[in-house]
Design a protein around this ligand. Structure first.
Ligand SMILES: [Zn+2]
Length: 257
């Protein structure tokens, strides 16, 4: 939220600059007789160009959240296809991201939930593709907040019980200075089944930019299959997301959780 306010403030500042430029342009129109008119006109044009390019390149807070569900009492899970290609969350597909994330647990997160997330974090760190380190992100660094929520989402349709076990996703930020992500991964503790390594790995996958997979072996399959290991398809998509980013973010952080 702090970073959202910071970017909001920057947006307002840019609008103020634009208003100033328009006022300047209006002043020029009525003061055109002056010998300063030509150079001022040039200055005005270049200011408009600069402000225009800043505004056109500035985008804030593109938020994507997905939920993980457990379908109970289902006759059978249809193996749809062997295609293990996993889409990238739409709002991070065009970003150039650092592979380093600073993560923290929200206040009040039970140790049992921290434990399953820590195992999921290990799984992603073991890929060598991304690096999740405990601490607080600053400026344009990537962050992930992990925690819980408590919500009865049970929806019975026919013989199918639909429960939301968690949610996760990236909030993406783009600017002329670089791209970054604030990810979120949360488990719905209303359901004991949510506190599992497979759901934590799934939601963390969303936070890192992975979309849903049609491969039941993938941790990114939309309904929980108890999978905790990443498939070649998972790895391949992860690699694609972070292929353009910097891998040498050496900024130190503390505030370990
Ligand atoms: Zn999901």
């Amino acid at each position: 939220m702090r970073y959202f306010l910071k970017t909001l403030f920057r947006g307002l500042l840019l609008i103020a600059i634009m208003v100033g430029i328009v006022a300047f342009a209006g002043w020029k129109a009525t003061g055109g007789q002056s010998s300063l008119a030509a150079p001022l006109n040039n200055l005005r044009a270049s200011m408009l160009n600069t402000a225009g390019s800043i505004l056109s390149n500035f985008q804030i807070g593109n938020f994507k959240i997905d939920t993980s569900k457990l379908i109970g009492q289902q006759k059978e899970v249809k193996p749809k296809t062997t295609d293990s290609t996993i889409p990238i969350e739409s709002n991070v597909a065009s970003l150039t991201l650092s592979n380093t994330y600073y993560y923290h647990f929200q206040e009040g997160t039970p140790q049992s939930v921290k434990n399953v997330f820590l195992q999921a974090i290990n799984t992603y760190n073991n890929t060598g593709i991304v690096k999740l380190v405990p601490g607080t992100a600053s400026g344009m660094q990537n962050s992930i907040a992990m925690g819980t929520y408590n919500q009865n989402t049970t929806n019975v349709q026919g013989d199918t019980v639909d429960m939301e076990l968690g949610k996760g996703g990236p909030e993406s930020f783009q600017s002329t200075l670089g791209d970054w992500v604030h990810g979120s991964a949360k488990l719905n503790v209303y359901y004991p089944a949510a506190t599992s390594v497979s759901v934590a790995t799934h939601e963390l996958g969303h936070a890192l930019g992975l979309g849903h997979s049609s491969d039941p072996q993938s941790v990114m399959y939309p309904t929980d299959q108890g999978m905790t290991q990443l498939t070649q398809g998972d790895l391949s998509t992860l690699r694609t997301i972070y292929s353009n980013g910097s891998t040498n973010d050496t900024t130190t952080n503390n505030n370990n959780q």
